[in-house]
Design a protein around this ligand. Structure first.
Ligand SMILES: [Zn+2]
Length: 289
């Protein structure tokens, strides 16, 4: 029976490097190996909600650099480690221990060995900017659609009807951007959303962009807050918007301030699907300097 500790993760604090001990090596079905460390700066892609892509980078060992080709989420139950898409439960499910699995090819470091973990800084910076833009754009979209509701519905972190939360299907962070897919079907209409609000998408875009223009470059701090430092620990994204601080659950990485943002813009497109509409929001962020 394998006893592997829950991985302590340092990426929520913006860490890119760190020394760690190898606690487990898992052979992967494709012949590669999964390296589990006691702590890591590498952000793994989440299995149940794969919004932010995995970090890549290297593990520096006594024998040389070992490239990390992908970073996956692993879960352990009854001594058995289940990795990536095979993991049958959501992050944090009771009875499971969650670990970060660094995928390497060829010779892997040995259990007990100390390694220096180094995350690719350019990719991380691009994804952190994209993730911050994704959150801000979803709040701006909620604001742009706040008059589209005829009934009381749950509200977002800024107190507006939570279109994003109620309609989101998938969210994918990209370098310096994101793509969010929403479904406007029978259940959203029953909750009181009037699809006529999406008849003029250019007007919705303009309202969202105007909100985002007020936030870009403002002095507000952005950060991830947590008490539990393991992978499965609950983490909160907090952003000081000009109108007040907002908080929402988030497992990813982010910019540290609104000040470095030059502009965030959204593009909306809708297509008819059986039973309703699919709305795609493509967000782009440009940093100052
Ligand atoms: Zn997030």
């Amino acid at each position: 029976m394998t006893v592997i500790p829950a991985t302590v993760v340092t990426y929520p604090d913006g860490e890119l490097t760190g020394t760690a001990d190898v606690v487990h090596i898992a052979p992967l079905p494709d012949g590669r190996s999964g390296v589990v460390l006691d702590r890591t700066p590498f952000h793994p892609v989440d299995t149940a909600w794969p919004d932010q892509p995995a970090d890549i980078g290297v593990l520096r060992t006594a024998a040389g650099d070992v490239p990390v080709l992908a970073t996956l989420t692993g879960g352990i139950r009854d001594g058995a480690l289940v990795i990536g898409p095979d993991l049958p439960v959501r992050m944090g499910t009771e009875g499971w221990t969650f670990v970060v699995v660094h995928v390497v090819e060829g010779a892997a470091p040995a259990v007990g060995e100390s390694v220096d973990a180094h995350v690719d800084p350019e990719l991380r910076a691009a994804l952190s900017a994209g993730h911050t833009a994704c959150h801000l754009a979803s709040l701006a979209l909620d604001a742009a659609l706040e008059d589209a509701w005829t009934k009381q519905v749950p509200t977002d972190a800024a107190g507006r009807p939570a279109f994003d939360m109620l309609a989101i299907q998938t969210s994918r962070i990209t370098p310096y951007g994101s793509t969010d897919v929403y479904r406007i079907g029978k259940s959203l209409r029953k909750k009181g959303f009037d699809p006529a609000a999406l008849a003029d998408l250019r007007a919705v875009e303009a309202r969202a962009d105007a909100t985002l223009a007020e936030w870009a470059g403002a002095p507000g701090a952005i950060g991830i807050h947590r008490d539990d430092h393991t992978l499965a620990g609950r983490r909160t994204w907090r952003c000081e918007l000009p109108e007040g601080a907002v908080e929402l659950p988030c497992g990813g990485t982010h910019l540290t301030s609104l000040a470095g943002i030059e502009a965030i813009t959204v593009a909306l497109a809708s297509t008819e699907v059986p039973g309703g509409l699919e709305l795609v929001m493509t967000t782009t962020i440009r940093l100052a300097g």
